[in-house]
Write a protein that binds this ligand. Structure first.
Ligand code: SAM
Length: 212
């Protein structure tokens, strides 16, 4: 399926892992030290996609994997079709490891589905930006205006979040050039997965009010 066919209004989270492993060569029993902190991204997957006993069908997560060989790659999990996404970090790490170990066509820049709802593409930020074209872009930034006061009028939104060391200067600049709007979820610098939870919660509450 092409990206164009997949473009439906969506809540997307893009977690930019500067060192997170694009290769499956990491140890499940020592994820933080062997995977370039892929564990940070896995916690974001749980926060973005999973609710109690279910999956958010209108959410898509992109993990930009900038570490190891063959970086960069982008792994996408689509809540509409994903299966076997479990909340514990080890199961998620196993899913990601198996996905990364699956050969894909490296001559193609398209997302290639390697298991239900889980796709892989060669490339980095540029690849994601193409995939979310048309969505309103937000960059999560401690210094930005408060999300609680921000207008989010579209259902087609993409939130970019940094990893444990934040964004590289060039990523920040690229997002700025694209007109991504900075927003903050509070005055303290939080862990990436907590930021995802707060964004989901704020949008859930707004939807609930607008549906009354
Ligand atoms: C652990 S923080 C990164 C901290 C890193 N030391 C830095 O200076 O960017 C991970 C990411 O979460 C997001 N973040 C953390 N706290 C936030 C806040 N209060 N509001 C908005 N985004 C936040 C940012 O995208 C940040 O890059």
């Amino acid at each position: 399926m092409s990206d164009t066919e997949l473009r439906v209004p969506m809540r997307s989270f893009v977690i930019v892992g500067q060192s997170a492993s694009a290769s499956p060569d990491f140890r499940l029993d020592d994820l933080p030290s062997t995977s370039g902190r892929l564990d940070v991204l896995l916690r974001c997957v749980r926060a973005a996609l999973l609710v109690s006993h279910g999956l958010r069908r209108d959410v898509r997560v992109y993990l930009v994997l900038g570490g190891g060989e063959p970086a960069s790659r982008v792994l996408r999990i689509d809540g509409a079709s994903a299966k076997f996404v479990r909340p514990d970090e080890r199961s998620l790490a196993t899913l990601i490891q198996k996905t990364l170990a699956t050969p894909i066509n490296v001559a193609s820049s398209a997302f290639q589905e390697v298991r239900p709802g889980v796709s892989l593409a060669c490339g980095g930020m540029r690849r994601v930006i193409e995939a979310v074209a048309g969505a309103t872009l937000f960059v999560l930034d401690e210094q930005g205006p408060d999300l609680r006061r921000a207008q989010v009028t579209s259902n087609d939104v993409a939130f970019f979040i940094g990893d444990h060391v934040g964004f590289a200067a060039e990523t920040r600049a690229e997002l700025g050039m694209l007109g991504a709007l900075p927003i903050s979820v509070g005055p303290l610098s939080l862990h990436s997965d907590d930021v995802v939870t707060l964004v989901n919660n704020e949008l859930d509450r707004r939807r609930e009010v607008s549906e009354i």
